[in-house]
Design a protein around this ligand. Structure first.
Ligand SMILES: NC(=O)C1=CN([C@@H]2O[C@H](COP(=O)(O)OP(=O)(O)OC[C@H]3O[C@@H](n4cnc5c(N)ncnc54)[C@H](OP(=O)(O)O)[C@@H]3O)[C@@H](O)[C@H]2O)C=CC1
Ligand SMILES: O=C1OC[C@@H](O)[C@H](O)[C@H]1O
Length: 368
C-alpha cells in the first residue's frame, strides 16, 4: 500500500508569477500514478502564510479550493498541526534557519529551500537539532533527484568517457536589477540578496554530482577554493560571482559562476572528461536535454548524441518523492542529497563571501 506524506507549506509566493511554493504544490498534486510512482502519495494538508487571506487565496488558486486544506495566518500554526508530517519551507534565504529550527523543535520533518541556510554554522545547528528531535531534514536541491542528472551521473560513473577533468557551470538570470525595488529579495542584503546564495547552488550541485560524487574522490571536499565577487553599487550584494574548486584527490577542477544581471547561456554545464564531453542545456536547475560527444584521436568528435527528457510535473516531484520515501523508511537524511553535500555547499559559500568581501548585515546570520 502507498505511504501517504502529509505536507504543511510555509509561505505563499505571488500567484501571478512563478513562485516556488506554487510550483511545489502543483507538483505534489500531480497524481503519482501518472508518473508511474506507486509507493508514495503526497497530500497538502495545510498552508501557512503571514496572512490567512493569502494562505486561503493560495489554496483557492493552486488547489482548486480544496476544502480539506487548512489555511493558517502564521507559520507556527502549521508546525503545531498534528495532521502535518512534513514542512516545506519556501521563505527567503535569511528565514530558512528560524523557520526550520521552529519546525524541527515541533518534531516535524523538514524540506527547506536552497540555500538551506545563510552559513555553515546555521546548518550545523539545524542538523544537530534534527538529530536530537529524530526528524528528517533536507535541503530542497531538486536538481539532484531529476532523471536527467541521474542519467548524467550514471554515464560519468560508467567510465565510458574516462575520468571527469574539468566542470564548467554557470547559472545566470536577468533580474532587471536597475528597475526592481531594492527590497526585492535578490537585492536586499537583509534577505541574503545577490547571485551567489540564490543562483550559486546550481553550478555547485553540478560540480558535486560530477566530481565530489565521483567514486575515486571518496566524498573528499575541495582542497582549495578561489573566488571573485563583483558587487552591485545598488545595494552592495554580489551581482557577478565566480569560484573555482580544486578536487585534488581526483585531479579535477570545477570552474563555476553566477550572475543576476544577464540571462542564462546554454549549455550551462560542460563536463569535460578524458574521452568525452557532456553538454547540459539550460536551465541547469531543471534541464531537459544533454549532448554527449565522444572524443577520438587528437580530441576529434567521433560520435555525438543528444538525450531528451520530459517530466509530468515541474521537476520538484522527484525530491518530494525522495522525502516521502526517506520518512517512510525512518531515515534521517537522503542518500542522494545528504547533509554532507549541504555542508559542503554552505562551507564553499562562506569562503566565497569571505574572499569576495560580502558580509551579511549584523543579525542576519542567526548562528555564527
Ligand atoms: N527550487 C527552486 O527552483 C526555487 C527556489 N527558490 C528559493 O525559495 C525561496 C523563496 O524564493 P521566492 O519564492 O522567489 O520568494 P518570494 O518572495 O516569491 O516568496 C517568499 C515568500 O516568503 C514569505 N516571507 C516570509 N517573510 C518574508 C519577508 N520578510 N519578505 C518576503 N517574503 C517573506 C512570503 O510568504 P507569506 O507572505 O505567505 O508568508 C513570500 O511570499 C528562496 O530561498 C529561493 O532561493 C526560489 C525560486 C525557485
Ligand atoms: O532556485 C532558483 O531557480 C530559478 C531561479 O530563477 C531562481 O531565482 C532561483 O531561486
Amino acid at each position: 500500500m502507498a505511504s501517504v506524506l502529509r505536507w504543511g507549506i510555509i509561505s505563499t509566493g505571488k500567484i501571478a508569477r512563478r513562485s516556488v511554493a506554487t510550483v511545489f504544490v502543483k507538483d505534489l498534486l500531480v497524481d503519482p500514478k501518472t508518473r508511474d510512482v506507486q509507493d508514495v502519495v503526497h497530500k497538502v494538508v495545510a498552508v501557512g502564510s503571514r496572512s490567512v487571506e493569502k494562505a486561503q487565496e493560495f489554496i483557492d488558486t493552486n488547489t482548486g479550493g480544496d476544502k480539506s486544506i487548512k489555511a493558517y495566518g502564521s507559520y507556527e500554526e502549521v508546525y503545531a498541526d498534528k495532521d502535518v508530517d512534513a514542512i516545506y519551507i519556501g521563505t527567503p534565504h535569511t528565514y530558512h534557519y528560524t523557520n526550520a529550527i521552529d519546525a524541527i523543535r515541533a518534531k516535524k520533518h523538514v524540506l527547506c529551500e536552497k540555500p538551506v541556510t545563510c552559513n555553515v554554522a546555521e546548518l550545523r545547528a539545524l542538523i544537530s537539532a534534527a538529530k536530537e528531535n529524530g526528524v528528517f531534514f533536507m535541503e530542497a536541491m531538486w536538481t539532484r533527484f531529476q532523471p536527467l542528472p541521474q542519467a548524467v551521473i550514471k554515464l560519468l560513473q560508467s567510465g565510458e568517457l574516462g575520468a571527469p577533468v574539468v566542470v564548467h557551470a554557470d547559472l545566470s538570470a536577468d533580474f532587471d536589477i536597475k528597475n526592481i525595488p531594492k527590497t526585492h529579495r535578490i537585492l536586499d542584503p537583509a534577505l541574503g540578496g545577490g547571485a551567489l546564495l540564490d543562483l550559486g547552488p546550481y553550478p555547485l550541485v553540478w560540480a558535486i554530482m560530477a566530481l565530489y560524487e565521483s567514486p575515486p574522490n571518496e566524498s573528499t571536499p575541495p582542497s582549495t577554493i578561489s573566488a571573485s565577487i563583483l558587487k552591485t553599487p545598488l545595494t552592495d550584494v554580489d551581482a557577478n560571482t565566480s569560484f573555482t574548486l580544486n578536487f585534488s584527490k581526483i585531479a579535477a577542477q570545477a570552474v563555476l559562476s553566477c550572475s543576476m544581471n544577464v540571462p542564462a547561456t546554454s549549455p550551462g554545464v560542460i563536463i569535460r572528461c578524458e574521452k568525452g564531453i557532456i553538454r547540459v542545456a539550460a536551465p541547469i536547475y531543471c534541464s531537459k536535454s544533454y549532448k554527449v560527444e565522444c572524443l577520438g584521436e587528437g580530441g576529434k568528435i567521433v560520435k555525438e548524441q543528444e538525450y531528451k527528457f520530459e517530466y509530468v510535473g515541474h521537476g520538484m516531484e522527484y525530491e518530494a518523492d525522495e522525502v516521502a520515501r526517506c520518512i517512510r523508511d525512518g531515515k534521517a537524511e537522503s542518500a542522494l542529497w545528504g547533509h554532507d553535500k549541504s555542508l559542503l555547499e554552505m562551507g564553499v559559500f562562506d569562503e566565497v563571501r569571505k574572499q569576495g568581501g560580502y558580509v551579511l548585515p549584523p543579525g542576519v546570520e542567526k548562528v555564527v
